[in-house]
Design a protein around this ligand. Sequence first.
Ligand code: PNS
Length: 159
Amino acid sequence: MSIAVYPGSFDPVTAGHLDIIERSAKVFNKLVIAVLVNSAKTPLFTTEEKVDMIRETTKHLNNVEVTSFSGLLVDFAREQNANVSVRGLRAVTDFEYELQIAQINSKLNKQLDTMFFTTSIEYAYVSSTIVKEIASYGGDVSDMVPPYVEECLKKKFGK
Ligand code: PNS
């Protein structure tokens, strides 16, 4: 059975993430979406809110699980019996950082390979940071996030 993890901050999950989730869920028997609990960053959404938003927007995918993790990704992947880490690549600017993480992870755990999915062109410019910026000023993010996340953003920013 092929099990993959898709780790990230997901603050919040975007339509670009969802595209990667839907496509990678077709490739692996099981896809575990893993929200990083990162005390170094100050996120907009709590870990529970992030997990809830991903669960809500992936409920049509029956081989997808959503959970959170702290510590090293390689340790979490081992616990999950996963041998692949999924990451999305939007542009060449993502590549250097992603290559470094993939190589570090492979050094820490030889069993873990990283597989990159290229982001569909319509989401190439979408990031959680951009979405938060636009939503904070009451801008329209309906093309960039699932409808449930749009509602959560409106509540968060009191719009
Ligand atoms: O969505 P992001 O913020 O680009 O995701 C980054 C993430 C979660 C993949 C990365 O920071 C991570 O795996 N962190 C866990 C700690 C870890 O394993 N560090 C070693 C590799 S950098």
